[in-house]
Design a protein around this ligand. Sequence first.
Ligand SMILES: [Zn+2]
Length: 255
Amino acid sequence: MSAGPDEHQPAQGPAGAPSAVPASGDRRRYPAPAHLRFFHGPMDCGKSTLALQVDHNQSRQDRHGLLVTQGDRSAAPQISSRVGLRRPAIEIQPDTDLRLLVRGHWAEGHRVDYVIVDEAQFLSQEQVDQLAELVDESHVDVYAFGLTTDFRARLFPGTQRLLEIADDVQRIQVEVLCWCGLPAGLNARVVDGVMVRSGETVVVADTGPPGLPGQSAGAGTGHSPAVRYQVLCRRHYVRGDLGPTAAGPGQLTLP
Ligand SMILES: [Zn+2]
């Protein structure tokens, strides 16, 4: 008639165990290690979709997040993905102090357990360092999502700093294909149908808003050459070969 020891101790659940993992809302009282995580890839790799998925998963655990972005393609303060998901976000500027942003929310009585940063390639070095401070000193989890390289195949400043100091770096595994069918990892800038290799780092085409940080190419409003971006494999990036259907599917044209 011996029963298993477990059957006689139903009341000693995790609630009574002092070592139980604290509820997420107690993270500031029982600081769990927070992390600075960076996910990067080429255009169209689905990073905004992943950002929204992470937000969804976190909020399901009763955690509260702050979503920030910069120069979102929808020209409105939100994180939007090409598969149609979107959520309101806070539009930050190059001089926004992200520590003050989070503390401001705390001061208003709002919880901030995690921060999701889309378009993290546009962050300044200082802003990335501010995110790290939020992680280390305030135990806020940070998930940053950004492009790896610009149209010159060079790391964006924000991306470089995140690669340098993030706790965890992941290349997004959604495979983007060049027109030739090979995996594409490089973003080409196409101005009036021709691939260009020099110019301002940031010229957001698409339906992007004017006046983005660092944008001064054709700075006057009104004059807007047709700028678009196309992902290419390295070979075709080097050749500047946009393929037979340069305006075909997989481009950044949005409705
Ligand atoms: Zn190719």
